[in-house]
Each structure stands twice: as C-alpha cells, then as structure tokens.
Design a protein around this ligand. Structure first.
Ligand SMILES: [Zn+2]
Length: 292
C-alpha cells in the first residue's frame, strides 16, 4: 500500500533570475544507512544526519572530478568529534561516541546541541586534488549544526547564508531528513533578502515539513512569486570508499617496528573502517609481506 519513498536527491535551484542560490535536499535513506551502520541513538542519528546533509551541500559545490570535502566538528559535548566526508553526492560519516543518550530538551526535541557541545570548532577541509587543500575554520555558535554551517559560510567564505537542517527520528527509524541552503548572491536587492527572511519560519522545521510534501512541492510553496527554477538534480547516497589496498597503505604507514610487533604479539591484525564498519583481516604472512 505504501509507495517506496523517492531516492535521496539534491536540487540546485535559482530564484529571482539568478539573484539567489538555493540547495534543497532529501537525505532520509542516507541518514538511515548511517544510523544502521553505527547503531546510533536518536540524538546521534540527528547529529550525524544534520552534519552529512550540510556536508553534501559543500560536496555538490565542488566541481572538479577528484575533489572532496571533509567537515569535522569538535565540540565539548559527550558525542566527541564528528566527521563527514562528501565526494559530490556520496557521503560517509562517523562519531567518536555514537551510542550516547541525553535527556530531551524542554520543548521535547532531541538535544543535538547538548550532545555536540556549545563550544568548539568546525573545520572544513576541501581536498582539491593534486595534494592541494583549502582549510577553513570557525567557532561553533550553537552545536545545533545548521547555525554552525551558516556561521561558517558567513565568516570563512564571506557568503551570508540561511541554513536549515533537519532529521526526524522515531527510535531506530529515520522518518525524514533533509536540508535547505539559501545564499543571496552579490548585488541581490534588499527587498528580496527581506522577503526571504520573512519566509524563514516556514523552513525552520524542515524535516517535519517534508513529511507533508515532496521537496519539489515545498520549493514551489516556499518560493512562490520568486520564480524558482530547478537547474540541476543530483542523487545522494551513503557510500564508503575504503578498500583492502587503502588498509594496506594505513598499515605500511605504521612503520616497520609497529608492524613487526603486530606479527610477534598479535598474530595478525584486524582493521575496522571508521565509516562503514567493514573488517579487514591481515595474517602474519601478509603483514610480513608489507614489511618487505
Ligand atoms: Zn569503509
């Protein structure tokens, strides 16, 4: 009886003949996959989901083929540090402590800011290929993640931005997840910016709005009269890039002494990928091969 929910997707939209750039996405299946892999508690699902959704927006902005972006949040909350890596529409993420639980906020919502912490740093590392990197850093403003992304865009990229990120969770199920980014481009008239600010309460609870209508419909409703045009659509998914070869490189980087002690004391090694929990086993013979 139920329709299978549509696949995750990022819409790139312009408003008012190119004076405003908008990104609007659904990430429900992506966040569910992350929750399944890491067996997250609801508040950690929400934190990782918001982080992945924001990181995907940055990932979609990177145009070069071998470019990727990593966003790391290190706050003073119990979840520890959070990392997400987006490679265009592919994303993966992990947290130091994905099983922590904390009480709901007074308004009954998940306390993402309490889990992440209200003080700390957000780092954005853009890998431009050919060993070129751009690193931007900003202070956390709330730990709720959407405001932290908005602050990053404004402070580090000098691009004023409105960001909404939402994950609606019920136990282990991700009901809806998604996000919205609005960026008025240079020269955008004040009347348009005022209009967008006036409408911002409509976007505030984005994951709940998404339970009522697909994102194309929300785009029509929210930006009525502003001539919204969908310029590009990109499928989104949770995907890890680990491989046995990459794990071998990680082992080799340990150096001869540590590899030898793995052979002598541990009779082999088992490496677990932080992002997808895949296990890679290396026998002592294989480790000896790496030393050579
Ligand atoms: Zn992996």
């Amino acid at each position: 009886m139920t329709n299978k929910s549509p696949a995750d997707e990022m819409l790139q939209i312009d408003l008012c003949s190119g004076q405003v750039r908008v990104m609007l996405c659904e990430t429900t299946a992506t966040v569910q996959k992350c929750a399944d892999i890491h067996e997250t508690t609801p508040v950690c699902t929400a934190a990782l989901g918001r982080l992945m959704t924001g990181t995907l927006m940055l990932g979609i902005m990177m145009k070069g083929e071998n470019e990727s972006v990593t966003v790391q949040i290190k706050g003073d909350g119990p979840i520890g540090s959070l990392t997400a890596v987006a490679d265009h529409g592919d994303v993966r993420a992990c947290a130091d402590f994905p099983h922590i639980e904390i009480p709901l906020r007074e308004d009954g919502k998940l306390d993402v800011g309490g889990a992440v912490g209200h003080r700390g740093r957000m780092s954005v590392i853009k890998d431009l290929g050919m060993k070129k990197q751009y690193i931007g850093q900003s202070e956390l403003v709330s730990g709720e993640i959407a405001m932290d992304f908005a602050n990053y865009f404004t402070v580090s990229e000098q691009q004023p931005s409105l960001v909404a990120l939402g994950v609606l969770v019920s136990g282990e199920a991700v009901l809806k997840a998604g996000g919205l980014l609005i960026q008025p481009l240079p020269g955008c008239p004040d009347e348009i910016i005022d209009q967008l600010e006036l409408r911002s309460p409509m976007f505030a609870d984005i994951s709940r709005e998404m339970t009522f209508a697909p994102i194309e419909q929300l785009c029509e409703d929210w930006f009525r009269g502003m001539n919204p045009r969908i310029l590009e659509r990109t499928p989104l998914r949770y995907r890890c890039t680990c491989s046995r070869e990459r794990m071998e490189k990680a082992l080799i980087s340990l150096g001869r002494k540590d590899l030898q002690s793995l052979i002598d004391e541990d009779q082999g090694a088992e490496l677990v990928c932080h992002f997808c929990r895949s296990k890679y086993h290396f026998t002592t013979e294989e480790l000896a091969g790496l030393i050579r």
